[in-house]
Design a binder for this molecule. Structure first.
Ligand code: HEM
Length: 128
């Protein structure tokens, strides 16, 4: 059974990895390569969904209060306020991108990037 600090460290590595993909996808967009942007974000979507589902599933089966200190539990709670809405927006981002609903996609994109920034800041700030 991994320890609380090991889980938080793994989570941080995953958040940094997928954020690098999101940043690359925006670089692709700036280079006028929307298809590449879509391909990179498809990988970003799959990895992020997998991470969140595995992490949420894990939290359901372990005794959270045994693994994490009260401080870490509070910080995780705040982190989930950003990561859960970001994850719910991901399918919307994929759908509006694929359907070329450009204005809707960019509007949701700005909301997504704001929520994702919160996910990264609160994720990297987790105590381990
Ligand atoms: C601020 C963030 C984002 C901006 C400004 C943005 C912008 C765009 C733009 C301008 C296009 C081209 C639309 C068109 O051809 O009509 C596009 C396509 C696309 N985007 Fe995004 N996007 C963002 C984030 C995301 C995210 C987070 C995802 C998925 C997780 C995503 C997935 C896609 C997909 C799948 C396409 C279709 C690519 C294709 O034509 O094959 N985008 N995006």
């Amino acid at each position: 059974m991994p320890t609380g600090p090991q889980i938080i460290l793994t989570l941080k590595v995953l958040v940094v990895t997928v954020t690098a993909l999101l940043a690359l996808s925006l670089v692709a967009l700036a280079m006028k390569k929307p298809r590449l942007h879509g391909q990179i974000n498809t990988v970003f979507f799959a990895l992020t969904m997998l991470t969140v589902l595995c992490f949420e599933g894990f939290l359901q089966v372990v005794n959270v209060s045994e693994l994490f200190t009260p401080e870490a539990r509070h910080a995780l709670h705040v982190h989930l306020y950003f990561s859960v809405p970001s994850t719910l927006l991901l399918p919307v981002m994929m759908a509006t991108g694929k359907m070329h609903r450009r204005r809707l996609h960019i509007g949701f994109g700005l909301l997504f990037v704001t929520l994702w920034s919160g996910t990264v800041i609160t994720g990297l700030g987790l105590p381990h």
